[in-house]
Design a protein around this ligand. Structure first.
Ligand SMILES: Nc1ncnc2c1ncn2[C@@H]1O[C@H](COP(=O)(O)OP(=O)(O)OP(=O)(O)O)[C@@H](O)[C@H]1O
Length: 257
């Protein structure tokens, strides 16, 4: 059974001022065992005492202004960051989709990249071999799939990445919005696949600034502000509180509490 639980989880980023206290000096200090003799390093509190309980089947949207802590929370849930204090316990295999380009190698072909990216997202080679034709068809990249990725335009890369990402079977799907550089017609096509992907996922957490995407994919939401949870609840409740009633133009079929 997949689940995510955090208790008062905080994430701090110490900021080493290059002038007064270089990273090199600080590291040497640690090695030498004489660090922290009263010297204070400024710290950015990216997350502050965040407590969430997410169960199998949850479809959670993360909302909040730039710098509110959404990406940091996703990285905490992915196990990329350890909490500085508090706890974060994740049961299930995480597929982190933060940056569509991550794990792509410019020197190898589109086909090979499909395989590699799939493995990175927790699929097996056999599973990916079965899906490669479907992905190829979706991307509409044709003969380009045999060419090295460096010959692709940005939009072509996004098509490839979206094709792979939407083909996986994730237990826990962590999505950071980054679906910009494709043309509208293709995005429409990706939207259906994205919906199917989320339907297959055990648990979804999706950070987004798009009400439309949130309404399509999520039923509940967490509103982050200055690294803290400001509100958790149904998507409708939270989105309306965050953005006002105009964030909920449709009354039917979306995220009822
Ligand atoms: N690696 C880092 N080092 C230092 N500070 C960081 C780091 N990552 C994030 N922060 C800080 O933590 C805070 C939260 O950032 P985060 O990226 O989680 O926000 P966000 O809600 O995802 O924003 P956006 O909507 O702009 O993507 C910000 O103040 C940011 O400056």
């Amino acid at each position: 059974m997949v689940s995510i639980t955090t208790r008062d989880a905080s994430v701090d980023f110490p900021i080493f001022d290059a002038k007064s206290r270089s990273l090199k000096k600080t590291v040497l200090g640690v090695v030498g065992g004489n660090i922290d003799s009263g010297a204070k390093v400024p710290v950015i509190q990216a997350l502050h005492e965040v407590t969430v309980d997410l169960e199998d089947g949850a479809r959670v949207g993360l909302v909040g202004h730039n710098g509110a802590g959404k990406s940091t929370l996703l990285r905490l849930l992915a196990g990329i960051y350890e909490p500085t204090s508090g706890t974060a316990v994740v049961h299930g295999k995480v597929a982190p989709v933060f940056d569509l380009g991550v794990g792509m190698d410019p020197e190898i072909s589109g086909y090979e990249n499909i395989l590699i990216r799939g493995l990175f997202l927790g699929m097996t080679r056999k599973q990916m071999e079965k899906r490669v034709d479907d992905i190829a068809e979706f991307t509409e990249l044709g003969d380009f799939l045999s060419m090295p990725l460096r010959t692709y335009s940005t939009g072509m890369r996004v098509r490839l990445a979206l094709g792979v990402v939407t083909s996986i079977d994730p237990e826990i799907l962590l999505l950071d919005e980054g679906i910009g550089a494709v043309d509208a017609a293709f995005l429409e096509k990706a939207r259906d696949r994205l919906g199917d992907l989320v339907a297959r996922a055990g648990l979804l957490v999706f950070a987004s600034h798009s009400d439309e995407f949130l309404r399509q994919l999520c039923t509940s939401a967490i509103w982050m502000e200055h690294g803290r949870i400001k509100q958790q609840g149904s998507l409708k409740e939270v989105l309306t509180a965050y953005k006002g009633p105009e964030a909920w133009p449709l009354e039917k079929g979306h995220g009822a509490a």
